[in-house]
Design a protein around this ligand. Structure first.
Ligand SMILES: [Ca+2]
Length: 136
């Protein structure tokens, strides 16, 4: 992409504006929500969110304060991003392994209703995450 001086100036003005606010989100995003997970098992699904595909932002899932009941405690959780498809199987947007931090799925570039599914826990059967943030 070619960036002209005018748009560069606009971008810098935007950056200055961002710098002026006290809280800068880890992910600038089209949308986001915060939540938590208590006693999740493999196969459990998150709430749905609408991605209007107005931007090229990555979809990311952030975990903080992760607890599982296995012998070696929490190591990682596999999360599959799904897009709902009516009258057909939902569309997988990939699996990422969350080590209790951010995972990114890239830009789905596909307007619709999304959710994530817990597909694996290591170690244990039940997963609790005290702070969850999803951004897209
Ligand atoms: Ca998008």
């Amino acid at each position: 992409m070619k960036i002209g001086l005018k748009s560069l100036a606009g971008a810098m003005a935007g950056a200055a504006l961002l710098g002026a606010v006290s809280v800068i989100p880890a992910h600038a995003a089209e949308g986001q929500f915060e939540s938590s997970m208590t006693g999740w098992r493999v196969g459990d699904e998150s709430r749905r969110w609408w991605d209007n595909n107005d931007t090229w932002d990555y979809t990311g899932i952030y975990f903080s304060d992760c607890i599982s009941d296995g012998g070696s405690g929490f190591n990682q959780a596999s999360l599959r991003l799904w897009k709902e498809v009516s009258s057909a199987p939902d569309r997988s947007k990939g699996i990422e392994i969350n080590y209790c931090g951010w995972v990114d799925y890239g830009d789905p570039d596909d307007r619709g209703n999304y959710y994530f599914e817990l597909t694996d826990i290591h170690s244990g059967t039940f997963l609790t995450v005290k702070y969850v943030k999803v951004a897209w």
